[in-house]
Design a protein around this ligand. Structure first.
Ligand code: ADE
Length: 217
């Protein structure tokens, strides 16, 4: 086993956002949401709806290059349109894993003198060096998992597939390999549809009933 990976369902996203909504409502009254792009964009939009906050901005943090591999230091980009002075901010991301993205975003927003600043994620891994004010679920280090969120399925399935697809394989052999290497159950995804698309885009090769990597790896 290289590491654990699992597909997250939309229903879980909804439940986790409801849990954050209720925790926020108990103790905070934000008037601006900042979603961390890309992972926090969809949760931020859902929370903007649930909390009736129309002021929604995005800040881009970059850290995780290829599925389940953190590339060096987190960096932050934004386009200058964020106005948080004297307003109560809620920063939203999908997960705190290393915690670097959230710390970077918190420091950045703090420099813009908000009236209040709190953070939320759907999932919080206990080894993270930053603990968000609100999160829906805590994940113990020993249960570390790569969560394949519904908005990252193509990217993650491609990356995980390329890790196991060294020789041509049938669809069912590939499913077994993903299960063996990552304990990944692909039932919740239409793996064949995704693979066909990846083949059409030249990322893998489909010939007969076999799938193969596009170039030797
Ligand atoms: N981004 C950072 N850590 C992650 C994880 N464990 N699963 C999915 N996305 C992540």
């Amino acid at each position: 086993m290289e590491f654990h990976a699992r597909l997250v369902r939309w229903k879980e996203i909804e439940d986790w956002c409801i849990s954050i909504r209720d925790k926020v409502l108990d103790s905070y009254d934000p008037d601006v949401i900042i979603g961390l792009s890309r992972g926090g964009l969809v949760p931020a939009r859902i929370l903007s709806d649930m909390l009736w906050i129309k002021d929604l901005y995005a800040v881009k943090t970059e850290h995780w290059g290829i599925t389940a591999k953190a590339d060096g230091k987190a960096i932050l980009r934004e386009d200058g349109t964020i106005n948080v002075a004297n307003r109560k901010v809620l920063i939203v991301d999908d997960i705190t894993d290393t915690g670097s993205s959230m710390m970077l975003a918190r420091d950045y927003v703090f420099r813009h003198k908000p009236a209040g600043l709190k953070t939320s994620t759907m999932l919080h891994i206990t080894h993270s060096k930053y603990r968000p004010d609100f999160f829906a679920e805590e994940v113990e280090d020993k249960n570390w998992t790569w969560f394949i969120f519904p908005w990252n399925v193509y990217e993650d399935i491609l990356n995980l597939t390329l890790k196991v697809l060294k020789d041509p394989m049938t669809l069912s052999a590939l499913e077994s390999a993903l299960k063996e290497h990552f304990d990944l159950n692909t039932e919740a995804a239409d793996l064949e549809e995704i693979l066909n698309y990846l083949a059409a885009r030249g990322r893998i090769i489909h010939s007969g009933n076999l799938w193969a990597p596009a170039r030797p790896s």
